[in-house]
Write a protein that binds this ligand. Structure first.
Ligand code: ATP
Ligand code: MG
Length: 135
């Protein structure tokens, strides 16, 4: 089973991408595809379209396009649920000790990593970045 992660621009800028990748591999995820991307405004809007009515949508789109980000297709048993556990709560102040966001997020907005939140979302998000993996 595959899920989609994005190491966000804040984590790349802070020099934490390698540590986060090692953390994910240590949790049993295998990298099936990886791509360093610089999201356009249109791509960030499409990726986070579910949030377009939320007050944080514009800043989220600006942030996600503010620098390079690393998109990853990750394989593991129960990959979607497990990756959500490994990354921790959206706001690092609420994230459990040892989670990626507790270790590396700067704030609720600049929170180091994205992970798909359901099997359906994972299929759509993997195809968004890696159409070559589509069955
Ligand atoms: P992601 O989708 O990036 O993995 P998430 O699933 O934990 O994060 P979502 O509710 O999908 O959280 O929100 C998407 C992103 O929007 C969050 O990662 C965060 O950067 C930002 N965000 C969410 N809620 C807020 C908020 N209340 N204020 C500011 N930014 C927010
Ligand atoms: Mg989300």
């Amino acid at each position: 089973m595959l899920t989609l992660a994005i190491i966000k621009p804040d984590a790349i800028e802070a020099g934490n991408a390698g540590k986060i990748l090692a953390h994910l591999e240590g949790q049993g995820f295998k990298i099936r595809a990886a791509r360093l991307v610089r999201l356009t405004k249109a791509q960030a809007e499409e990726f986070y379209a579910v949030h377009r009515e939320r007050p944080f949508f514009r800043p989220l789109v600006t942030f996600m396009g503010s620098g390079p980000a690393l998109a990853l297709a990750l394989a593991r048993e129960d990959a979607v649920a497990h990756l959500r556990q490994v990354i921790g709560a959206t706001d690092p102040a609420e994230a459990k000790a040892g989670t990626v966001r507790k270790l590396y997020a700067q704030s609720r907005e600049r929170n180091a990593i994205h992970a798909s939140d359901s099997a359906e979302t994972a299929a759509r998000e993997v195809a968004f970045f890696f159409p070559e993996l589509a069955p």
